[in-house]
Design a protein around this ligand. Structure first.
Ligand SMILES: *[C@@H]1O[C@H](CO)[C@@H](O)[C@H](O)[C@H]1NC(C)=O
Ligand SMILES: *[C@@H]1O[C@H](CO)[C@@H](O)[C@H](O)[C@H]1NC(C)=O
Ligand SMILES: *[C@@H]1O[C@H](CO)[C@@H](O)[C@H](O)[C@H]1NC(C)=O
Ligand SMILES: *[C@@H]1O[C@H](CO)[C@@H](O)[C@H](O)[C@H]1NC(C)=O
Ligand SMILES: *[C@@H]1O[C@H](CO)[C@@H](O)[C@H](O)[C@H]1NC(C)=O
Ligand SMILES: *[C@@H]1O[C@H](CO)[C@@H](O)[C@H](O)[C@H]1NC(C)=O
Ligand SMILES: [Ca+2]
Length: 939
């Protein structure tokens, strides 16, 4: 029975629904998710372990590359670690990714609340370990394919299970002070010894104190057991414990969990949390070994070459020749202007499309290589006819990191309009910002505008471009309509968007002409304040906090420069903290967006919450439900010194609809609850203040707005995919739809970004407000392990009045049969170190092999800045052996070699010599060395 509540909802069973409610109240099991006392939560353990491991990786890298590494004293933060990693610009993204992993950790308590294996309950050790080791295989395969989003998702999931072992089993009660490494190894056939099903493990807890309830013989024989949770347990077994775990009232009464200091075995909570932290680091180190240091840091968000990506979706039909030339110029300009500055881009992404096809997505990290690639791009075939634009955009949205800036260039409407719902869903889920550069029939040329564009041409053009205008608005992007010849003058917007860290301060959209007065607060952290206006018949006046005004007529005025291209106006303002005002008057629709560069930003998600003693939450992968209460999880990024004071939902027109109740829940997280989430489309707007004392009053508040607009729905779609797709094997994803409609039928659409074959019911009849269905997805047999696929399941209410979706990112992972780690045999060590270490060197040689496994793919130095040489030969039994020789200065006395096989099993060789001691080389010594190394490998 997985996820009892969904099950109850599906079966429309009141009994089960009550059980579900009760169990939700008892809450999830495991280290807590929301802090209540000074106990360690899953987030605390995860954050700390990631910071420690990332710092270690940067330290090792620095040492191997002969650089200095310094960490300031005091607790690690994303800021101090990013700085120590020489990647200060990565702080925001590092924080975001840690948060993402933590959210994927805690969601297990919500979506798998009642499956014992996810929490090592009910003595489910074999299944629990399989979840971890299968997950590790999947994480490693995803990293290898560059699919870091999928890697982080699964990593967070398995860390939950790993950490729960230390809270729910008797490992700590057995006196252990270090992790059970076998939990992350698939080459060890068994863990244990385990107490078998018929062996009693506990006795009643007596009195209020419960310290010695695990049976003496279990402790003596070092047998592993864990607590049972729920309604029934076998005879003589321990319970999880807690006042709503019914099994804890059955003999033997009590329980053994160490979830918090107030838990029944709370006296061991601190120890359990500490060992869980060590176990988390151990798992991260294994992933790091398989990924390699650079990719590990990339997965965590520590980038060496800038943090943002620039993503282009380009129409390459013959009518686009001029546009592509302009794109070439823009890209050259951007690359050259960023060369050698701190503000570089980490990657460039390109997705081409035409009338007859689209893709593939190309991702290039080297700027010159990207320039060269763009230069080979030619426009041919087709013309200004409808194109596969949305298919290309779908690929970009799933292939670019979340919150990317995406630019679409086209001169024709989309012909794949069936993807409109999917693309909108992906924009809402990824929070990427899509800006459209529309030319040709999609633009209003000067001539047309001068004829007032009321003719047929004008109206056709307006409706042709409407889809793009809507998508731009939904994403918080702009729709820039210009002539082909003027296009290259719009480069500024792309330069701004590729500068990090970009934040939105205000975004207002008016669908018809009006006169407005808008104000916004700019704080002292904001640089490069820029206002964008789109609109064809527009006049505006901007007033700075000190009262200086500039109108649109002053191209180079006291506040800044105004550039105009087609319907687009960009005003670069001289940043000044305080209250700004913009009055706009327009006879037609217009948009206004104010952005700046600031380290203070936020992320937000609607979450499904279960309140109670052990609350948990999971990010909704769908639109939030309208008409009922709802909760937003808001995290302040970038600064430790700001406090959130107000969160509102604002309509695109700018009027406030709902103000939420803000509650700080630690880790810079806030839960914002709303009694009734309104129906419609909204931006999230927030206000906060600096908690550092500022000299001048009135300048310590800040304001931010979400760039993406979100929509609420009365249709709810939930889908749960368990496990991974195996190439060639159909995979079922059950889903549930609920709505307040009671009759009629739902229209269902499912689409994926890889073109995998899928089947699903195109309509579902409603049965008392609900329906369920299944999407079956099959990855072709030749799909490489580690590919991911993003599936969007859409449900439209009867009469097409409302839609919602569920977006799932799934991994394709092949079964792994090679579970063994590469083996390292040290053959000799020659260390002739004199007192002055810089005058002497030492050497080591070793044979490394993967036996009959998948073979060694990579050998790297993790510690030691000497010289490593490798040479591969095939021995007499046909096994490939890599001979490694290493020599280093005696001042670098430690060597750690990492050998990784093709599927990511990691073996290491460790050797530390005494610097300044003379060690003679002898066969006896090398035998001792061999023992040492073998010990390290199996520890
Ligand atoms: C990072 O930047 C340096 C210097 O600009 C360049 O040589 C290197 O290839 C870049 N690395 C990546 C991964 O883009
Ligand atoms: C942003 O502002 C800084 C100074 O605050 C300036 O040096 C830099 O050139 C600006 N960047 C852009 C893209 O305008
Ligand atoms: C939402 O509403 C339900 C029923 O009206 C209530 O039981 C629940 O506590 C509310 N949740 C929150 C987070 O306020
Ligand atoms: C469904 O809910 C919405 C919003 O609460 C409401 O406007 C609509 O009338 C409801 N529909 C039905 C069939 O009850
Ligand atoms: C959901 O699926 C189950 C099993 O196929 C079925 O028995 C049940 O009636 C379905 N529920 C709804 C609301 O359609
Ligand atoms: C190390 O590997 C090489 C190449 O296969 C082989 O010739 C040599 O005998 C190996 N040494 C030992 C001690 O196994
Ligand atoms: Ca192997």
């Amino acid at each position: 029975m997985t996820h009892l509540c969904d099950f109850a909802r599906l079966m429309m069973s009141p009994g089960l629904a009550i059980a579900c409610l009760l169990l939700l109240l008892t809450g999830s099991k495991g280290f807590k998710v929301l802090p209540s006392d000074n106990s360690s939560t899953h987030q605390d353990i995860t954050n700390k372990a990631i910071l420690q491991t990332t710092a270690q990786v940067c330290k090792d890298l620095a040492s191997v590359e002969g650089r200095d590494f310094t960490l300031p004293p005091g607790p690690l933060t994303a800021e101090t670690v990013a700085l120590a990693c020489s990647s200060f610009g990565s702080t925001l993204i590092f924080q975001t990714f840690i948060k993402q992993i933590s959210l994927n950790n805690v969601e297990i308590d919500l979506i798998h609340a009642f499956s014992g294996e996810y929490h090592f309950d009910n003595e489910m050790f074999v299944k629990g370990r399989k979840l971890i080791t299968d997950g590790m295989t999947s994480v490693k395969a995803s990293i290898k394919q560059g699919n870091f989003v999928a890697a982080r998702q699964r990593l967070g999931n398995i860390l939950h299970t790993l950490q729960d072992f230390y809270s729910h089993s008797n490992w700590i009660e057995l006196g252990n002070i270090s992790p059970l490494s076998d939990l992350i190894r698939s080459d060890v056939p068994n863990i244990g010894p385990l107490a078998d099903k018929d062996t009693p493990t506990c006795q009643n807890c007596v009195g209020g104190v419960c310290q010695n309830n695990i049976l003496e013989n279990i402790i003596r024989d070092k047998k592993l057991t864990s607590g049972y949770f729920g309604i029934f347990k076998p005879k003589g077994k321990c319970s999880h414990g807690g006042f709503l775990d019914s099994t804890s009232l059955q003999k033997p009464t009590g329980g053994i969990n160490k979830d918090a200091s107030g838990s029944i075995h709370g006296y061991l909570h601190a120890k359990a949390a500490e060992v869980a932290g060590a176990a988390t680091r151990e798992l991260l180190q294994d992933i790091r070994g398989a990924a390699g240091d650079r990719d590990f840091l990339r997965m965590m968000g520590i980038y060496t070459n800038g943090t943002s990506v620039l993503c282009f979706v380009i129409d390459t039909s013959s009518s686009m020749t001029e546009d592509i030339d302009a794109v070439r110029k823009m890209i050259s300009f951007i690359i050259d202007s960023k060369r050698g500055t701190a503000d570089q881009l980490s990657a460039y992404i390109l997705v081409p499309f035409k009338d007859s096809g689209f893709g593939p997505l190309i991702r290039i990290t080297d700027p010159d290589e990207f320039k060269a690639h763009i230069n080979t791009l030619t426009a041919n075939g087709g013309g200004a006819f409808p194109k596969m634009c949305l298919s290309g955009l779908q690929l970009a949205l799933t292939g670019a990191p979340p919150s990317s800036e995406i630019f679409v260039f086209t001169d024709a409407p989309p012909k794949d309009l069936d993807l409109l719902g999917t693309v909108t869903a992906l924009i809402e889920r990824t929070k990427s910002v899509v800006t459209f550069m529309l030319t040709g029939s999609l633009s209003f040329s000067r001539r047309r505008r001068s004829v007032q564009s009321q003719g047929l041409n004008g109206r056709v053009a307006a409706s042709d471009s409407q889809v793009y205008l809507d998508l731009a608005q939904a994403s918080g992007g702009l729709a820039i309509q210009t002539t082909k010849t003027e296009l290259s003058q719009a480069t500024g917007i792309i330069v701004d968007s590729s500068s990090s860290p970009l934040v939105t301060i205000l975004h207002a959209v008016r669908s018809s002409g009006s006169a407005d007065r808008l104000s916004f607060v700019v704080d002292e952290s904001v640089r490069n304040l820029t206002a964008y206006f789109t609109g064809r018949s527009l006049s505006f006046t901007v007033t700075s906090p000190s009262g200086v005004s500039q109108s649109n007529a002053a191209v180079n005025g006291p506040l800044g420069m105004i550039e105009t291209v087609g319907n687009f106006h960009r005003l670069q303002l001289k940043s000044q903290a305080g209250l700004w005002e913009i009055s706009v008057s327009s006879t037609l629709a217009f948009t206004l967006k104010v952005v700046g560069q600031s380290p203070i930003d936020f992320r937000y998600d609607f979450v499904e919450v279960n309140q109670g003693p052990h609350s948990s939450y999971a990010v909704l992968q769908s639109r939030a439900q309208a008409g009922v209460n709802g909760t937003l999880l808001v995290t302040i990024m970038g600064s430790d010194f700001v406090r959130l004071t107000e969160v509102t939902l604002v309509e695109t027109s700018g009027s406030v609809v709902v103000t939420g109740t803000v509650e700080s829940v630690g880790n810079k997280d806030y839960l914002v609850t709303m009694d009734q989430v309104p129906a419609g489309e909204f931006f999230v707007s927030l206000k906060g203040e600096s908690i550092k004392v500022t000299p001048r009053a009135g300048t310590n508040s800040f304001q931010r707005q979400s760039s993406t607009r979100f929509r609420t729905s009365t249709v709810m779609v939930t889908a749960l995919a368990e496990g991974v797709l195996e190439p060639g094997t159909p995979f079922s994803i059950p889903f549930t739809v609920t709505t307040n409609d009671t009759a009629g039928s739902l229209t269902i659409r499912a689409s994926n970004d890889r073109g995998f074959s899928s089947s699903f019911p195109s309509t579902l009849a409603l049965v008392t407000g609900g329906a369920n269905g299944t999407v079956t997805l099959t990855a072709p047999p030749n799909t490489p392990s580690g590919k991911d696929v993003t599936l969007t399941i859409e449900a439209e209410s009867p009469g097409a009045t409302d839609t919602n979706y569920a977006v799932l990112r799934l991994s394709v992972v092949s079964m792994v049969t090679d579970v063994n780690r590469p083996v390292c045999e040290v053959l000799s060590v020659k260390a002739n170190c004199s007192k002055n270490c810089s005058l002497s060197t030492w050497e080591l040689s070793a044979n490394l092999t993967d036996g009959d496994g998948t073979g060694i793919e990579r050998i790297t130095l993790r510690q030691g800045n000497g010289t490593l040489n490798t040479d591969t030969a095939v021995d007499t039994s046909g096994v490939s052996v890599t001979m490694a020789t290493y020599s280093a200065s005696c001042c670098s006395p430690v060597l750690e070699l990492v050998a990784v096989d093709v599927v990511g099993n990691v073996g290491t060789c460790y050797k530390s010599i005494n610097r300044g001691h003379t060690v003679a080389h002898s066969s006896h010594l090398s035998f001792i060395m061999f023992l040492t190394v073998t010990l390290v490998l199996s520890s």
